[in-house]
Design a protein around this ligand. Sequence first.
Ligand code: DOR
Ligand code: ZN
Length: 348
Amino acid sequence: MLQSSLVIRRPDDWHVHLRDGEMLATVLAATARDFTRAIVMPNLQPPITTTAAALAYRSRILGLLPAASDFTPLMTCYLTPSVAPDDLAAGHAAGIFSAAKLYPAGATTHSEAGVKQLRQIYPVLERMQRIGLPLLIHGESVAPNVDIFDREAVFIEDELIPLHTDFPALRIVFEHITSREAVQFVRAASGAIAATITPHHLMINRNAMFEQGIRPHLYCLPVAKREAHRLALRGAAVSGDPRFFLGTDSAPHLRHLKEHDCGCAGVFNAGSALACYAQVFDEEDALARLEDFASHFGPAFYGLPPNAGTVTLERVASVAALPDWPSPLGPIKQFVPPGGLCWRVVKP
Ligand code: DOR
Ligand code: ZN
């Protein structure tokens, strides 16, 4: 008999884009409903590069939460060559920074201020290694001759392996992995190396972006890869290996800016992510392991206690779409896998 519901400890989202201003005000509720904590990406414009900026951003987030919410945003620093190691360390010591994010310059949305040469930030990485502050990596090569579908694999060879050799004790999260090579790298690595996996990379391969026409809402970076890679990600997610845990990479863009001459990269899945993960684990006959992936392995990596409380998921008749997320700026399409979604979070 099919399992009709599932209760798990409240999960966290270890990678989310909450944006700022009106967009933040509208999408925050989606994340805060299903997740108790979230690692908040710093790729605002301008990016969050100082403790003071992170503190102000955190206050803006907290100021938009309903009084009853226990949601905790965990802040990150956007690494540029100008980030001061002392400020980063002070922000970490004060409990403001939970991690720092490496964007190779030009790799993705709002990454222009990122890092051109890893050596530019070696003094910061040295300090992070010493104080145990995790480095979150957008792992794509930006070399102009590299095929977009090879960018992650090339990054591993050209940047990540040398980086890990130079900083063997640096805690690293390889973010939103999309390839078999990334799974293999994490499995084989020594030291505190982990990876987040998004719901959409578990549910679509690159064909889905071109199914009967171009599907801009399935475009994100790193871009979805071949089916063999998706299967490797699914294997890693359900394996029970604590180095693979939940990170949605929910990245809202207005519908009209996705459906555009030059559509933005990013999938908005904050409201559907938990149901999507449940569906993946269900399909893999691994529902019993969802709680570890969603609610235990992330806190263990970050040295935090698991959350109190639970969330209930239930199996439902498959839905082909969810309503657009309303925003005063315009509607935002919510991610639903192409074959439909047959789980949902039960409202508390
Ligand atoms: O698809 C993406 N969208 N990938 C990223 O790395 C950034 C994100 C965004 O901020 O929109
Ligand atoms: Zn992201």
